[in-house]
Design a protein around this ligand. Structure first.
Ligand SMILES: [Zn+2]
Ligand SMILES: [Zn+2]
Length: 603
């Protein structure tokens, strides 16, 4: 099941297609504006762009023309051919293209690639030509223009972009495009974009009253009104049930700590820019915590431990605070306060593999519960060059722990890929990526192995031989943070949550005021069973009440009119459109209770 190494995007056919489409687009634009200046045009996720300096602003109609011309160029089946050139030759070829000249200077000096990005080695200068168009380029490309399918690409939008991303430079015009291997792939992608817009958690989260931001509270600090509060409670209940069964112990730690703790952990000074600035009291600096681990380490170290205490699993839904630049905040996905499904397991090397697999197993149980079908675990490894800089300087432990994780995943048949040089400072980590039902990718929290912090905190246990040993620590957060998880769940379910997770599970709708009292009685009966229910006794007409409940995506509506009241029954309308008239309340109650107890995804 595991592929040892993930194909790099740069090596993929899609990359070549998109890169080639960018060149073809640049040719079409230059033909439209013979005095136009070209700059750079790399492939990006899902597509490509090219930045131009043009005599006038582009319009949507221009994009149509450019697309049309691109299709003609594609039909011409022009070869892409590469040639290495000297800086002198390159300057001659691009004599009318000042931006390219600037890039050639960068290439010649070394240290920058043809997009102006930093590069370790001094690159060879090369050009690529198809038809009449030549670009400064190291490739790779498809063999000829026909390998771009004329119905599998689309120009998406026009945007402004500064040359080299620097606001002191000239504003250029950027055209974004998307390109795929087949027309069907393009169609799927465009559908996904449309669908994702409708499901955007920032929009739905506000409409469904799950979370919002307030200027006076501050950016990146979400507020959770009751509907969001319910979801948080339900997720915590779920986590506690699962963790109790798996032998976790719950702890609590303060939000605030002296700087000493984070100096000891090694977060200060290196991690300081991700932390809120300190406050000073009685000559001591205090920080709000950006992570819970150091406090859990303190709890581990608070008394003598023996191998019999291991694995020791300390869990806490801990709130942490991290400073993210305002420009990088994004809905619930990038925030400054995070409620984390945190736990730290302290294990001996001997216990490591089993414990690590237990953690992975927990992830898989959650995926199943939430109907997450596509996921990948990415094992991030250290690099030898980074030892002592990005990574704790202990190659032996790196290789050993990486091997332990690798063999645990292989033995557990967990699909995973490996990524070089992306580990955490203190050990290898496993990033978990998941895809929502519409195929949008999210990264959940990571699973990390830590062989450095336990030693920094002088953590020890007495092993079977009676000798002191330093434990390994596994950091894990399968339900991520409430912020990220709920953001994901909103988009994954498009707000149509399973009953157990729905903020309001049942709404009773009296047809006229005469049934208000009857409706209130039903509410009371269901509430006593722990069901989240309300009655709409507003002055609205029935249809408006039904509409209001549909907007809030309430799974069940119980409509009660005179007939239902007389018979002591209810008429059920389910969110999926199905109906059951004049049923016993008892029958409905049993159905709801079962769905909730099973955490069923069905209504
Ligand atoms: Zn190129
Ligand atoms: Zn941790």
């Amino acid at each position: 099941m595991s592929q040892p190494v993930q194909e790099r995007y740069e090596d993929s056919n899609l990359y070549r297609i998109r890169h080639s489409a960018a060149h073809i687009m640049a040719q079409a634009v230059l033909e439209m504006f013979p005095d136009g200046k070209i700059t750079i045009g790399p492939p990006i996720e899902n597509g490509f762009y090219y930045d131009f300096d043009l005599p006038r602003n582009l319009t949507p109609e221009d994009l149509e023309q450019i697309e049309k011309r691109m299709r003609q160029i594609i039909a011409g089946k022009y070869e892409f051919s590469k040639k290495a050139v000297s800086a002198e030759e390159a300057r001659k070829i691009f004599k009318d293209q000042p931006y390219k000249i600037e890039l050639i200077d960068g290439l010649e000096k070394g240290g920058l690639d043809e997009y102006g990005n930093p590069l370790n080695a001094k690159p060879e200068i090369s050009i690529y030509q198809h038809d009449s168009f030549i670009d400064l380029c190291r490739g790779p490309h498809v063999e000829n223009t026909r390998q771009i399918k004329p119905d599998a690409f689309k120009l998406m939008s026009i945007a402004g972009a500064y040359w080299r991303g620097d606001e002191h430079n000239k504003m250029l015009q950027r055209i974004y495009g998307t390109a795929w291997e087949s027309a069907q792939q393009l169609k799927d992608y465009l559908w996904q974009l449309e669908e994702a817009k409708k499901r955007d958690h920032r929009k739905l989260g506000k409409e469904l009253e799950i979370f919002f931001f307030d200027d006076e509270v501050g950016p990146g600090l979400p507020l959770w009104p009751p509907n969001g509060g319910v979801m948080i409670e339900e997720l915590e209940k779920l986590a506690k049930e699962m963790e109790d069964k798996a032998g976790y112990l719950r702890v609590r730690t303060p939000h605030l700590t002296k700087e000493d703790l984070f100096i000891r952990s090694g977060h200060l000074p290196y991690y300081a820019e991700s932390m809120y600035p300190p406050m000073e009291l009685e000559g001591v600096k205090y920080y709000v915590k950006p992570m819970n681990c150091p406090m859990h380490h303190k709890i581990f170290g608070s008394k003598p431990r023996s191998y019999r205490d291991l694995p020791l699993r300390l869990a806490e839904y801990g709130t942490v605070y991290r400073y993210e630049k305002s420009g990088e905040l994004f809905g619930l996905m990038r925030v400054r306060s995070l409620q984390m499904n945190d736990a730290h397991m302290y294990v001996s090397e001997e216990l490591f593999e089993q414990e690590f697999l237990n953690v992975v197993d927990l992830y898989l149980k959650y995926f199943k519960l939430f109907g997450i079908e596509k996921y990948v675990m990415r094992l991030s490894l250290h690099s030898r060059e980074g030892l002592g800089k990005k990574y704790v300087d202990n190659e032996r432990l790196w290789l050993k722990t990486e091997d332990m994780v690798r063999s645990a995943m292989k033995n557990g048949n967990v699909p995973f890929v490996e990524a070089q040089d992306e580990a955490a400072f203190y050990g290898p980590k496993v990033d978990v990526q998941i895809w929502s039902v519409i195929g949008k990718e999210f990264s959940l929290a990571t699973n990390q192995v830590d062989f450095a912090q336990p030693a920094r905190f002088d953590l020890k246990f007495i092993n079977k031989q009676g000798v002191e040993e330093v434990p390994l620590c596994i950091h894990r957060a399968p339900l991520s943070t409430h912020e990220r998880m709920i953001g994901f769940l909103i988009e994954h379910y498009a707000g149509n949550f399973p009953v157990w997770l729905s903020p309001e599970q049942v709404r009773v709708i009296p047809i006229t005021d005469d049934q208000n009292e009857y409706a209130q009685g039903i509410v009371q009966q269901l509430r006593e069973e722990g069901i989240r229910v309300s009655a709409d006794i507003s002055a609205q007409r029935m249809n408006a009440k039904i509409r209001a409940a549909q907007i809030m995506k309430v799974p069940y509506m119980l409509v009660v009119g005179e007939n239902e009241m007389k018979a002591g029954r209810v008429s059920l309308r389910v969110r999926d459109g199905s109906q059951q008239n004049n049923i016993m309340l008892e029958e409905f109650r049993a159905r709801v209770k079962e769905k909730i107890a099973m955490r069923s995804s069905e209504l």
